[in-house]
Design a protein around this ligand. Structure first.
Ligand SMILES: [Zn+2]
Length: 568
C-alpha cells in the first residue's frame, strides 16, 4: 500500500512541476543578451513612456503618445504615415459616455510604418497592436505590451536585415471603441491590399503566458511554419476552437474577412488588470512581454524569410508541449489514437470464467457509471458554487475577472472532493478502471467527429491511459514498466492541470463547470496507481474538499468589489 502512495505522490509531484513550467512564461531578458534576440528589458523603456498616463482615443495624451510612436518608428528607419479617419457613430456614443462630453464626430489616427525588404511587390507582413486605451487606464498591458513588443521585434530584425518582403507596422486607434481603426484600415486603406500575413498582439490581463489563440482559416501550413520557427511556444488548436465559439473580438476580426494568413497572440493571465487604472508599467509582468515578443520575433523572422507565404491547407491539430515545442499533426491521427486505445483496452479486459461471477461482468458498467457521476455531479456542483460565489447578471464583469485565482482554488478543492467521493472510497477492479474510461472515450469519439482539432486533449490521454493499464498487466520490464507508467501518467496529469488553469482564465467566471472534463481525465490517469483509502480518511478528505470549496465561494461573494476594476 505504501508503494502505491509513493507512486501516486511522485506522479502528482511531476505533474504539478510540468503544469507550473507550462503556465509560467519563461523569464524576462535584460539588455545584455545578443542584439538579434528579443529583450523585454529593452522593450520596457517604451512601455514606461507610452503607458505613463491613460491615453484614450481623442485625448491630448493620445496625441502625445502618437507623436512618440511616430518619432520612434522614424528613428528605426521606417517610412511612416499617419492615416486619419472618423470614429464610427456607434463608438462615438461610448466615447461621450466615458468623457461626459457631447461630441458629434471624432477623428482617429492609425500610425503606419513600412520597413522595406528586397521585393516590395511581394505580399508584406503586418504587425498590429492598438495605441488607444480605455478611459482611465494607463494600459501598460492593453495594448502597450503589443506596441513595445513590435518595436523591439523591428529593432532585432534590423540587425540581420535584407528580408524577402516588406514589413508593415500598424498601430491602430479606436480599438477600445468598436475596433474603429482596424475596421477603417482593412476596408478603406489601399495598403491593406499589399498585406499577405498578419500578427496581432493583444492583452486581457497584466501577466501570464502569451498565447497564440487564433489563426486564419485553413491553418495547416501556417501552423507548421509556427511550429518550425517559434522556440518557446504557447499555442493550441483547443484554444483556437474555444475562442472561435466565444463572442470576443480583437483588431484581427475585421482583417479575417479578407484572405490573409493570420495569427493572434495575447496574454490572459492576471486578469484583474484588464482595463484597470492600476495597470502601470511597474504592474506589468515583464516575463509576459518577453514571451509575447520572443514568439512574435521568431514568427515574423520566419514569415519575412520564406520565399512564399504559407498557402491555405486543412486545419491542423497542434499544441505546445509544456511550452518547450509545438506538436502538430493532421486531425485524422485522432482516430488512430482512439483505435489504439480501443485495442489496448480490449487486450487489458479481464474476462470472467465462472458464469456466476456477475460481479466482474458488470464491473465495466460500474466504472462507467462512476465516471458519469463524476462528470455530472461535478459540473452541477461547480455551477452551483459559482452561483454562490456571486456570478450572474448583476455581477461586475471586472470584479469577476479579479476573482479568477480564488475561483481556481474553489474549483480545485471541489474537484479534489469529487475524486475522493467517486474513486477514493473503494479500490476499483481493473475492469472498473477501464469502465471509467468509457464515457471519456465516447466523448472523444463525438469530439473527433465534430471538432477534430480540439479533441487531442481527450484522444491522446485515453490512449495513454489504456497503455498504462496494459503495461501494468505485463510481466516484462519489472521496475522499468513501473517507472514508465508513472512518467506517462504524470505527463497527462500535468497537461490537465495546465489546461484547467487556462480554462479557468479563459472562461472560469462564466463556465467553471468546463474544468470538470480535464479534472476527470486527471483522475482517470491516476486510477492505475490509486491507493486504497480507509473509509474514515476518505470521509475526512472529501469533507475538507467540499467544505473548503464552499468557504472559497462564500469568500468571493463577501469580498468587496476589487480595487482594480475600471473607473468608467
Ligand atoms: Zn486591447
Amino acid at each position: 500500500m505504501t508503494r502505491k502512495w509513493i507512486s501516486l505522490l511522485i506522479t502528482i509531484l511531476i505533474a504539478v512541476l510540468l503544469a507550473v513550467i507550462a503556465t509560467k512564461p519563461p523569464g524576462p531578458k535584460g539588455d545584455q543578451i545578443s542584439a538579434d534576440m528579443f529583450s523585454s528589458g529593452r522593450a520596457m523603456a517604451d512601455v514606461r513612456v507610452i503607458a505613463a498616463k491613460p491615453h484614450p482615443t481623442g485625448s491630448a495624451e493620445n496625441a502625445k503618445v502618437r507623436s512618440y510612436l511616430r518619432d520612434r518608428m522614424e528613428a528605426m528607419g521606417l517610412e511612416v504615415v499617419v492615416s486619419q479617419s472618423k470614429l464610427q457613430p456607434r463608438s462615438l456614443k461610448r466615447l461621450n459616455q466615458w468623457s461626459g462630453e457631447n461630441k458629434t464626430e471624432q477623428d482617429i489616427f492609425n500610425v503606419i510604418g513600412t520597413l522595406r525588404g528586397k521585393d516590395s511587390s511581394k505580399p508584406a507582413i503586418l504587425l498590429m497592436a492598438h495605441h488607444d486605451t480605455v478611459w482611465g487606464s494607463p494600459g501598460a498591458a492593453d495594448d502597450t505590451i503589443g506596441i513595445a513588443a513590435i518595436f523591439e521585434i523591428v529593432r532585432a530584425l534590423k540587425i540581420q536585415g535584407n528580408y524577402e518582403r516588406d514589413l508593415i507596422v500598424l498601430l491602430t486607434d479606436g480599438e477600445e471603441l468598436g475596433l474603429s481603426g482596424a475596421v477603417n484600415f482593412f476596408s478603406d486603406n489601399p495598403m491593406s491590399n499589399r498585406v499577405g500575413a498578419i500578427i496581432n498582439f493583444e492583452a486581457r490581463g497584466g501577466g501570464g503566458t502569451a498565447n497564440m489563440f487564433q489563426t486564419s482559416a485553413g491553418n495547416g501550413n501556417a501552423m507548421r511554419l509556427f511550429a518550425r520557427s517559434v522556440k518557446r511556444p504557447s499555442a493550441s488548436s483547443l484554444s483556437t476552437f474555444v475562442y472561435s465559439v466565444l463572442p470576443n473580438d480583437t483588431d484581427l476580426t475585421p482583417a479575417l474577412k479578407k484572405d490573409y494568413v493570420a495569427y493572434n497572440i495575447a496574454n490572459i493571465g492576471r486578469a484583474e488588470y484588464y482595463h484597470s487604472p492600476k495597470i502601470t508599467p511597474n504592474a506589468l509582468e515583464q516575463a509576459t512581454l518577453q514571451h509575447m515578443g520572443s514568439q512574435g520575433l521568431d514568427l515574423t523572422r520566419a514569415l519575412l524569410s520564406v520565399q512564399a507565404l504559407p498557402e491555405k491547407r486543412a486545419d491542423a491539430t497542434f499544441f505546445d508541449v509544456f511550452g518547450f515545442f509545438t506538436l502538430i499533426y493532421s486531425p485524422f491521427w485522432g482516430w488512430v489514437f482512439l483505435a489504439l486505445a480501443l485495442v489496448l483496452g480490449m487486450l487489458s479486459l479481464e474476462r470472467t470464467e465462472a458464469r456466476t461471477d456477475l460481479g466482474r461482468k458488470t464491473d465495466l458498467a460500474k466504472g462507467a457509471v462512476r465516471m458519469m457521476l463524476f462528470l455530472g455531479i461535478g459540473a452541477v456542483l461547480l455551477y452551483g458554487l459559482n452561483w454562490v460565489s456571486g456570478a450572474g447578471r448583476a455581477a461586475d464583469y471586472y470584479d469577476r475577472l479579479a476573482a479568477i485565482s480564488k475561483l481556481e482554488v474553489m474549483a480545485a478543492f471541489l474537484c479534489f472532493g469529487m475524486i475522493v467521493l467517486i474513486f477514493g472510497r473503494r479500490t476499483l477492479s481493473s475492469n472498473e478502471k477501464l469502465g471509467a474510461a468509457l464515457p471519456i472515450f465516447i466523448l472523444a469519439i463525438a469530439g473527433q467527429a465534430l471538432a477534430p482539432t480540439a479533441t487531442y486533449f481527450m484522444s491522446i490521454p485515453i490512449m495513454i491511459f489504456c497503455a498504462v493499464i496494459w503495461l501494468s498487466k505485463q510481466r516484462f520490464g519489472g521496475k522499468l514498466t513501473g517507472v514508465m507508467t508513472i512518467i506517462l501518467a504524470a505527463v497527462v496529469a500535468g497537461y490537465m492541470l495546465g489546461l484547467g488553469h487556462l480554462l479557468m482564465l479563459g472562461i472560469g467566471p462564466d463556465m467553471p463547470s468546463a474544468v470538470i472534463l480535464p479534472a476527470a481525465i486527471f483522475a482517470l490517469i491516476l486510477l492505475p496507481n490509486f491507493p486504497a483509502i480507509s473509509r474514515r480518511s476518505a470521509s475526512l478528505m472529501l469533507s475538507i474538499g467540499f467544505g473548503l470549496s464552499l468557504v472559497m465561494a462564500l469568500w468571493i461573494r463577501l469580498d468587496p468589489i476589487a480595487a482594480t476594476i475600471p473607473v468608467y
